[in-house]
Design a protein around this ligand. Structure first.
Ligand SMILES: *Cc1c(COP(=O)(O)O)cnc(C)c1O
Length: 334
């Protein structure tokens, strides 16, 4: 990591790394476009896998360094980040308080009781529910102040683990994928991923910019409109570059056409992408992030946006446990 080492940061080992880098030949054939590969960050291992495991290696190390005994973080009711944070806290013997906001309208009863939420409970998290209008940062600050007043040492992790510390994990992950691809003798023209709170996108963009400046990192927004998503990722890129070093700031690419009615709300294109990937490859995506990201990738192929020599790396960020909260969508035959 010589490009990013002002000080070699402290990091815990919570994830199974490196994750596999694999071709998706049947999906490639089904779409009739460029070769598609997948980076399996659904296989990071911590409590069902996903991208938050990598970020938590850095965030939890920072928490322990500050002497924290309580982790506070936030997300939606079906937050994968909350699930993996609760698991990491359990493994490290820390108390975990989850601020969960009910921000997705029209969901079924399983959404409010099963899947990620069921696992949060299994990991012993202290769960506090708020309605969708609550500002998670304010709520977490209030809870942290209460903990401090009780003599505890709280550590607040922002939504999605997306700050410069968490993003460092995806600078490393870009290096990991770069080395795997080199060893396999393949190179990619594009990386396609789901962009939510932005830390994954920011880290990958910075990490790849240092190694493969021509590689285009395409973030499919799962929540924000293009301008807002761009701003968020750019801000994280700048803060991460400031903290970790790194030269050239990458161009950030966001496509916001696949959000649908809003964060966590199902779309037909998402359901099609989840089904197609399951049936072609036996590979599980998720309804909130990777299903929409794959819907974006499929649309870009169908729109003829890639050349025949392009090779696409779909960065799988996990989340398939969330499928069980969307049983109403997938129960239907299609
Ligand atoms: C959190 C999450 C993302 C988005 O990552 P960000 O770093 O928040 O942009 C993508 N996929 C899954 C499954 C996630 O849980």
């Amino acid at each position: 990591m010589s490009d990013f080492s002002p000080s070699e940061p402290h990091k815990l080992s919570l994830a199974s790394l490196p994750t596999p880098l694999e071709p998706l030949p049947a999906l490639t054939r089904a779409l009739g476009g460029p070769e598609i590969w997948v980076k399996r960050d659904d296989c990071t291992g911590l409590a069902g896998g996903g991208n938050k495991a990598r970020k938590l290696e850095y965030l939890m190390a920072d928490a322990l360094e500050t002497g924290a005994d309580t982790i506070i973080t936030a997300g939606g009711i079906q937050s994968n980040h909350a699930r993996q944070s609760a698991a990491a806290a359990a493994r490290l013997g820390l108390r975990c308080i989850l601020v969960l906001t009910d921000s997705v309208p029209g969901r079924s009863s399983t959404y409010h009781g099963s899947a990620n939420l069921l696992l949060d409970r299994l990991f012993g998290a202290d769960i506090r529910f708020f309605d969708g209008n609550a500002d998670p940062d304010t709520v977490m600050a209030d809870i942290a102040a209460g903990c401090t007043a009780e003599g505890r040492r709280p550590y607040v992790i922002p939504v999605g683990g997306s700050n410069a510390i968490g993003a460092r994990a995806y600078i490393d992950a870009a290096a990991e994928a770069h080395e795997q691809a080199a060893a396999l003798g393949v190179s990619f023209s594009h990386v396609v991923l789901a962009t939510g709170s932005g830390g994954t996108h920011a880290g990958l963009a910075l990490g790849f910019a240092a190694r493969e400046p021509d590689l285009r990192i395409v973030g499919i927004s799962v929540s924000r409109a293009r301008e807002a998503a761009l701003q968020r990722v750019q801000d994280l890129v700048e803060k991460s570059a400031e903290l970790w070093g790194g030269g050239r700031l990458p161009e950030i690419l966001i496509d916001d056409r696949f959000v649908g009615p809003g964060y966590g709300q199902p779309t037909d294109a998402m359901a099609e992408a989840v089904r197609l990937t399951a049936r072609a490859e036996g590979l599980l995506l998720d309804p909130v992030y990777t299903g929409k990201a794959m819907a974006g990738l499929i649309a870009l192929v169908r729109e003829g946006r890639f050349g025949p020599k392009d090779r696409i790396l779909f960065w799988h960020t996990g989340g398939s446990i969330g499928l069980f909260a969307y049983d109403d969508v997938f129960k239907k035959e299609a």
